[in-house]
Ligand binder design. Sequence first.
Ligand code: PMP
Length: 433
Amino acid sequence: ALEGILRRQSLRESAARTYARSLPIVPVRARGLTIEGADGRRYLDCLSGAGTLALGHNHPVVLEAIKKVLDSGAPLHVLDLATPVKDAFTTELFATLPPALAADARVQFCGPAGTDAVEAALKLVRTATGRSGLLSFTGAYHGMTAGALDASGGATDVRVTRLPYPQNYRCPFGVGGERGAELAARWTENLLDDPKSGVTTPAGMILEPVQGEGGVIPAPDAWMRRMRAVTAARSIPLIADEVQTGVGRTGAFWAVEHSGVVPDVMVLSKAIGGSLPLAVIVYRSELDAWEPGAHAGTFRGNQLAMAAGAATLAYVRENRLADRAATLGARMLGRLQGLAAAHPCIGDVRGRGLMIGVELVAPDTDDPDALAPPVDPALAATVQRECLDRGLIVELGGRHSGVVRLLPPLTLSDEQAEAVLDRFADALAAAER
Ligand code: PMP
């Protein structure tokens, strides 16, 4: 039966399918960190729906919240009408927001995907400012619809100016660290100040506080504050895309809290729906320049997702899971750094909270100009497969898919974290042979 399902999928589904190729399993049951395949095998899931499952699979509080709505007879689909479920979600969301934003914020239900909320954010700042240009960053990922795609690292839209995202390791200026971040910030400031640069004041700047798909690259806090200052001084709305970093993942409830930056717009999805599709933007009320109906969408009101999301937000807040992610993430990073010291094929270990990346490289390069050894996507793919053989599901990311990514649920126990890293270390040793 298992082989039949996999074979039919490969025959019937689009050539665009991704995870199904590198992770040929057929999940039938799941709880917490664990997924069980149709063949009875169990896996530790550090993909977590690409970072969606803050509480892991089928957390009791999430299931309970969904069941409560189902049993109540409430309508499941009501466009953007007011409901008690939506009211409860909004109240919980506002309770978690940075207070300086929550004090004067509007929420807009977009949906159902992160990319829909990115589109809404871009259109909002263009509507509010009457300008059209956009500043985005190298390596960024904002989604797969036209506007979000254009705002991403491979931007093609002529209105988009791509700026260097600060990287410690593969620093575009070849210096890294604080110096590299300083140069990246100056680059941005010079471009905006120079009347001959061709960059006129844009409608907004969009950034990820930690690039996820780009290969797990945390932005330095000082750089984040510079971007806030440079945009504020020119009345450019700052959009923080927290689709992946939100809800405790990075060790703060929202990743912007690390730097204290208060963005004008936040783009939220993934974990806010408690494993069901939900996406919103939250923004300073002053930007609310829409005419009624100026931005719509049929699926803006998924009641089950709002109930699951409210339960998730409340659980993360009440149980201080962001703090837990910070502590456990630091410990995991430490152990991975130890592994890196013993394995030259690990070029870099980085992350924030439970958003962790291990970059795999070919260390014996003969390119004397290489600032860092070239990434080794083939090795990364082998590590991923060896992990799967050992019952561990990991994601790949980075420009060349050379970064193994760990996005475990925030409910991970100490023992589970050790088990994940034991399996990863074994897989790495096997892949190197
Ligand atoms: N922004 C970021 C930072 C993301 O990581 C993603 C998804 N990985 C998106 C936007 C797009 O979200 P979705 O896949 O739900 O459209």
